[in-house]
Design a protein around this ligand. Structure first.
Ligand code: GLP
Length: 243
C-alpha cells in the first residue's frame, strides 16, 4: 500500500486528482469507479479545473459509480446521480452514455443489481476505484455485517449512516433506508484502489481499517488484501495511525 499524507483537505484532493488524471492520461478510455460523499468533492473540482485548462480529456472515459439510494429519483438533489452530474459529469466533456450509476428507481432489486454487476464485467472491470470511508468503516454502502457481500446488492442502511447522512436531507426521516451498492467483491476486483480520507473524525476508523483485523465488521479492512491500494489522507485523518 502507498500512503500519501497531506496537510489538509485541499492537498488531499489535489493529490487524488493527480492520481486519477495519471490514469486518464495513460489510458484515455479507462473505466473510473467513482464515489460520492463530501470526501471526493474537492477531487472532482480539481479535475474540472485541469479539464478547463486543457490538460485533461474525458471524451473516452467511462465511469461506474459505487452506489445509489433506493427510491430517489434522478432529479432529487440528494440522489447520487444528481451529485455526479452536479460535481463532475456536467462540467467536463464526458460522454454521458459512458457514465453509470445504479438505478435507484428500479423496484426489482435483484434485476438492477444483476444488471449493474454484468455492466461492470462487460466494460472490462474498473481500472481505478475511488473510495471514501464511512465512520463505521463502510465503503460504498457496504455496512458492517457478518460476512463480506460479493456482488452488487441492496442494503439496509445502518442507523449510524442515516445519522451521518441526514445533514444533507431536511430531516433524518427523509434519508432513504436502503441503497444499491457494489459489493465488497465487486470493489476488490478493481485493478487499483484509491481511498481518500480527511478530518479527525475519520482517524479512528482509518487506523482500524488499515491496521486492525480484517473483518466484515469493518468492511474497509478487506482492502488490506488488495495488492494495489493508494491511501491519500490528511494529517488529521492519519493522526491515529500506528507510528
Ligand atoms: C456515504 C457514501 C460513501 C462515502 C461515505 C463517506 O454514505 N455511500 O461512498 O464514502 O458515506 O462520506 P463522506 O465522504 O461524506 O464522509
Amino acid at each position: 500500500m502507498r500512503i500519501y499524507v497531506t496537510e489538509n483537505y485541499q492537498e488531499m484532493s489535489r493529490q487524488a486528482a493527480n492520481i486519477l488524471s495519471a490514469q486518464i492520461i495513460l489510458k484515455p478510455d479507462c473505466v473510473l469507479g467513482l464515489a460520492t460523499g463530501s470526501s471526493p468533492i474537492g477531487t472532482y473540482d480539481q479535475l474540472v479545473e485541469w479539464y478547463k485548462k486543457g490538460d485533461l480529456d474525458f471524451s473516452e472515459v467511462k465511469t461506474v459509480n459505487l452506489d445509489e439510494y433506493r427510491g430517489l429519483t434522478r432529479d432529487n438533489d440528494q440522489s447520487y446521480y444528481y451529485f455526479m452530474h452536479h460535481h463532475l459529469f456536467d462540467r467536463v466533456n464526458i460522454d454521458l452514455d459512458n457514465t453509470n450509476v445504479p438505478d435507484g428507481m428500479e423496484p426489482d432489486s435483484d434485476k438492477e443489481c444483476a444488471r449493474y454487476e454484468e455492466l461492470i464485467r462487460s466494460m472490462g472491470g474498473v481500472d481505478i476505484q475511488l473510495l471514501g470511508i464511512g465512520h463505521n468503516g463502510h465503503i460504498g454502502f457496504n455496512e458492517p455485517d457478518a460476512a463480506f457481500a460479493r456482488t452488487t446488492h441492496c442494503v439496509d442502511l445502518t442507523e449510524s449512516t442515516i445519522e451521518a447522512n441526514k445533514r444533507f436531507f431536511a430531516s433524518a426521516d427523509d434519508v432513504p433506508r436502503q441503497a444499491y451498492t457494489m459489493g465488497i467483491g465487486t470493489i476488490m476486483k478493481a485493478k487499483k484502489i484509491l481511498l481518500i480520507a480527511s478530518g479527525e473524525d475519520k482517524a479512528e476508523i482509518l487506523a482500524k481499517a488499515f491496521y486492525g483485523p480484517i473483518t466484515p465488521e469493518v468492511p474497509a479492512s478487506i482492502l488490506q488484501l488488495h495488492d494495489d491500494v493508494t491511501l491519500v489522507a490528511d494529517k488529521a485523518a492519519m493522526s491515529k495511525m500506528p507510528k
